[in-house]
Design a binder for this molecule. Structure first.
Ligand SMILES: Cc1cc2nc3c(=O)[nH]c(=O)nc-3n(C[C@H](O)[C@H](O)[C@H](O)COP(=O)(O)OP(=O)(O)OC[C@H]3O[C@@H](n4cnc5c(N)ncnc54)[C@H](O)[C@@H]3O)c2cc1C
Length: 169
């Protein structure tokens, strides 16, 4: 059995775990915070009476795989397609009408964290919350060729993170 560990339970990890569903891989996720979905974050008060996303706001439909994922593969209970423009406010508190450029602006009545919750729920991944990984150790380069970005010891990778495969917007 292949054992795979993930640092962080953001949408990226949730999507990767989802892609590995149905394999025999044993997936373990270590997440420092108390919730999943990272920067696509939802807060709530009084149960779900007040729900607000303070990170990413909605998922676009630019990629048909994302559309299929949200509207066909995952549970659509509470899925919302925002049809009106999303108004914004800037650092000075000035409110503007925002843009109305996207065909679909999907979120969930219970907030955008639902996307990670639903992705993880479809997997066998074990998610350990409030578990911070203090440091990543990397092997030194060998003549056999360690992959780029894994050659330093204890330092930060020079690799850039890529956009979330879930298309979180
Ligand atoms: C205000 C805002 C607006 C945004 N708008 C857009 C947009 O319009 N379009 C767009 O494409 N994207 C947008 N994004 C970005 C989008 O939210 C991210 O691309 C996406 O959520 C990133 O997912 P991720 O899984 O890659 O990383 P993250 O969501 O950052 O997840 C990383 C996870 O790792 C955890 N973690 C970090 N370090 C450790 C550690 N040492 N140990 C354990 N866990 C750790 C974190 O707690 C987090 O849960 C926006 C983000 C914000 C904040």
């Amino acid at each position: 059995m292949t054992r795979i560990g993930f640092v962080g339970a953001g949408a990226g990890t949730a999507a990767a775990a989802y892609a590995l569903r149905g394999t025999d891989a044993d997936l373990t996720v270590l997440e420092k915070s108390g919730g999943v979905c990272g920067r696509a974050a939802t807060r709530r008060r009084n149960g779900y009476e007040y729900v607000y996303d303070y990170g990413a706001n909605y998922v676009k439909s630019e990629d048909e795989r994302v559309t299929r994922l949200l509207t066909e593969e995952l549970d659509t209970d509470g899925l919302v397609d925002v049809t009106a423009p999303v108004w914004t406010f800037d650092a000075d508190g000035d409110i503007s009408e925002g843009r109305d450029a996207d065909d679909h602006k999907w979120s969930y009545e219970r907030g955008l964290t639902q996307i990670a919750k639903r992705l993880f729920a479809a997997t066998n991944a074990t998610v350990h919350r409030r578990t911070r990984v203090p440091r990543r150790h990397r092997r030194r380069s060998t003549s056999s060729g360690t992959p780029p970005g894994t050659t330093t010891s204890g330092g930060r990778s020079s690799r850039r993170s890529r956009p979330s495969p879930t298309g979180v917007s």
